[in-house]
Design a protein around this ligand. Sequence first.
Ligand code: ATP
Ligand code: MG
Length: 562
Amino acid sequence: MAGDEIQTPSNFIKHIIEEDLKNNKNDGRVHTRFPPEPNGYLHIGHAKSICLNFGLAAEYNGLCNLRFDDTNPIKEEQEYVDAIIEDVKWLGFDWGERLYYSSDYFSQLYSYAVRLIEDGSAYVCDLSADEIREYRGTLREPGRESPYRNRPVDENLDLFERMKNGEFPDGSRTLRAKIDMASGNINMRDPVIYRIQRAAHHRTGDEWRIYPMYDYAHCVSDSIEGITHSLCTLEFEDHRPLYDWFLERLRIFHPQQIEFARLNISRAVMSKRKMLKLVEEGHVNGWDDPRMLTLSGLRRRGYTPASIRNFCERIGVAKASSTVDMALLEYCVREDLNKRAPRVMAVLRPLRVVITNYPETQTDELEAINNPEDPDAGTRKVPFSKIIYIERDDFMEDPPKKFFRLAPGREVRLRYAYFITCRDVVRDESGAINELHCTYDPETRGGDAPDGRKVKATLHWVSEAHALAAEVRLYDHLFNTEDPDNSGDGADFRTCLNPDSMTVLDGCLVEPSLSGAGPGSGFQFERLGYFSVDPDSSDERPVFNRTVTLRDTWAKIRKNKK
Ligand code: ATP
Ligand code: MG
């Protein structure tokens, strides 16, 4: 189970649970579930729900089930089931033996529907989908009753069985709850319970020609599993009367539905439907594209499970919906990686530097600290030789006042190595800078001058003879507006995609200690940010994703808000 986190702050759901425990409701049991529909990959919004459900169960000595809400075979696939299982495990949660599927309950759901018919609470309706919509009325106008509403029970039982046996075409009939066509809540206007649909289900194959609707299947599945607190997002608030109605009519165990606000993040879309569009239309390279806020995308980007769990704790749980700044998510991963990520040196846009007074054949093995935040992380040797590379940005031929890094005639420190002074700028025929000629001071080995003289900058570097060539992928926000879902003038969210959300740097050089680093390992490239090895990586060609830069914009946002 997810450990090492601080005690979670209280929230309104905990108050409800504590009240229930006090009153010995449900014999003092707490049992939650995380109920994804396998119609896409999980995203950071789901992480909020996962952390909440599994977190509450852990906190109150309860249980949390993983249940696939798989009642819509047209959109659901085994690929999604597998990805969801992997993601929940990766986040650090364990459902024990309790992996369930709503489709496990298809027979039970069918028998319960028969019970509703027998009690006069459900009827077979021959209206088409369009007609049902037309009869439903509007927020201002009550609906009209279906002409089939008062079918005798026997006829309903017969027709429902024949629906199940595949005697009628798709969409020709439905089973509907008999509630109230004049209800102010449109969900209560005789909602559909079953539809006819010849679609192969990823688990039950062609066994069923009728499939239960979400509102019916969900509450009954919760009841069958003995769920005590059924947590869902705010848009289901208006469905709660229906949730309660089914369970009351069926006279079965009655979990309590509690709604909380969805997580929204700035500069992102948080819906599987929209994410599917991004994937299908090739705006991103798959569900696990590091720019996507899917759990698989965040993992590939280099986010750690702990950073996501901490993020979910920080945002808390409330009734009112709000949008969280992306900078908070970045803050959380930066904070976690600061503790764990080994420091290494990498040069993304290399500029060749020849140390003219350094012996041709010599190599120095310099001692470098792996992680100043973690004394146990130790040190490593970094090779230094006559030709090194520094970052192009770290040199300016004609520097402005505030530029303290390398410039003609100026001395700087090479991290863990020596002081060097720039003596010459060498150009190619076009006049572009090809390389620098510098001298080093052998007395400054390790990075300090015995005479106490100071330099204003410390640069990272790699040795030409030892460095590995690497590809580095830099990421920026996928959208260039704060709220791509409401980009104004009814514009589609795809119109505000950021064309510069990914930059691939081809000729990067990284220090040799990175040889063989496996996919998913994370590092801090000194002065540049946190980077993670991409699965595309090979021994010949390591590939790194920039997880996050070093600069903390969240601290600034917080300060401004105070
Ligand atoms: P989407 O709109 O992205 O398709 P969904 O709600 O349809 O999401 P489900 O698979 O039905 O996706 O969700 C599983 C659980 O995760 C539900 O309990 C749902 O309420 C919760 N959930 C989904 N999105 C969020 C979110 N943004 N914030 C918090 N919880 C969420
Ligand atoms: Mg859903």
